[in-house]
Design a protein around this ligand. Structure first.
Ligand SMILES: NC(=O)c1ccc[n+]([C@@H]2O[C@H](COP(=O)([O-])OP(=O)(O)OC[C@H]3O[C@@H](n4cnc5c(N)ncnc54)[C@H](OP(=O)(O)O)[C@@H]3O)[C@@H](O)[C@H]2O)c1
Length: 335
């Protein structure tokens, strides 16, 4: 476990949701935080909110889909603090709709922000880490980067891309014995942040999280733990953990259940006008860690949570038992 006081931590997407919560948590632990996003005014509020905490916070207006902005972010962190210990590529946007009904430019911007933004951040961070022989890179993927999600095509593609990038980087570091440098991938399920309010919407429906919806503090705590004790890939939220285990055992069936669940949930959402959300331009709303989804419709959400966990868990147990039975039968045949 490494001590975080005095460490230099760069976080993208720090104006709301996981990034905002993580920036506050790192500053509270005495780290020097370089917080980036497009909304300078919201970042300035974060700076004020953190002024009495132990660590220092510097805010940098950054559009991660622009390579030169990310390079400037890296230079700013180095000029302020002289080094970078931890770099977190968290900024991200999504857009929901039938693949060919979402404007192509919107798909492109999702890929540019989530995947290219992560490539740029990883590039400048690793260049620094390699010079010092140490550092921790934490990249934000998603459960949608493990199992493709209907109506989230470019988002899923970008998050699969982040996982692929991280796997390749880990191999490269291992082959070159760069043991002091770590690449971690975070794969959250559904969490209560402003992400859904910020998402593009082309289904004529309000974008909403697929239940069960978890407290974002779980992801913030995971990021915080990885910065002290790095691991390769971490699924966050019981649904994501169970779903990943289930997918290993029965990929087709799991895809079917997840796909149906997502379809049903999106189609029954309230009607809404189509919009590009914050994909191209940041929105003035949604500046908190929380998105307000868990408070709304509490009973239904609790029921969905119980069902959402119990059903896949029961299925996983049945599948495991079936696999064990098949393995035993195979073994007795060989014997
Ligand atoms: N919430 C979930 O259920 C969930 C699940 C799985 C994965 N994730 C991932 O978690 C990450 C954080 O999302 P969140 O849930 O915390 O939602 P959020 O509150 O909407 O946060 C997204 C952050 O990304 C920033 N951002 C968006 N486009 C940007 C750009 N071009 N350049 C710089 N910053 C940009 C936003 O700030 P500005 O608008 O100020 O730029 C905001 O700070 C995303 O990568 C998302 O895909 C979320």
């Amino acid at each position: 476990m490494q001590e975080l006081a005095g460490k230099v931590v760069v976080i993208t997407g720090a104006s709301s949701g996981f990034g905002r919560g993580a920036a506050m948590k790192f500053a509270g632990a005495g780290a020097n935080v370089v917080a980036a996003s497009r909304r300078k005014r919201v970042l300035k509020e974060l700076e004020r909110q953190c002024k009495d905490l132990e660590g220092r916070i510097v805010v940098v207006e950054t559009d991660v889909s622009q390579q030169k902005d990310v390079e400037k972010l890296c230079s700013k962190a180095l000029s302020e603090f002289g080094r970078i210990d931890i770099w977190i590529n968290n900024a991200g946007v999504g857009t929901v709709g039938h693949f060919e009904e979402v404007p192509l430019q919107e798909h492109e911007q999702v890929i540019r922000t989530n995947l290219l933004g992560t490539v740029y951040g990883s590039y400048f961070a690793l260049r620094e880490f390699r010079q010092r022989g140490k550092g921790i890179l934490i990249n934000m993927s998603s459960f949608a980067g493990k199992i493709g999600s209907p109506y989230l095509s470019s988002y899923s593609a970008s998050k699969f891309g982040v996982r692929g990038l991280d796997m390749a980087l880990r191999q490269e570091l291992e082959q070159n014995d760069e043991v002091g440098i770590h690449v971690c991938t975070v794969m959250p399920a559904s969490f209560d942040t402003p992400f859904f309010e910020h998402s593009g919407s082309h289904l004529g429906k309000e974008v909403q999280p697929i239940p069960p919806v978890y407290d974002p503090q779980k992801v913030i705590n995971t990021i915080f733990e990885l910065a002290q004790d790095p691991r390769d890939e971490v699924a966050v939220g019981t649904m994501g953990k169970v779903g990943s285990a289930q997918y290993r055992l029965a990929p087709k069936l799991t895809e079917k259940i997840m796909g149906k669940n997502t379809h049903r949930s999106q189609m029954k959402a309230a009607s809404a006008r189509n919009s590009s959300g914050s994909v191209f331009e940041p929105m003035s709303s949604g500046t908190d860690v929380y998105g307000g989804w868990r408070e709304s419709n509490g009973v239904a959400k609790t029921a969905a949570k119980v069902l959402g966990i119990a059903a896949p868990a029961a299925l996983a147990v049945v599948l495991l038992a079936r696999k064990r039975w098949q393995d035993d039968r195979e073994l007795s045949r060989v014997a």
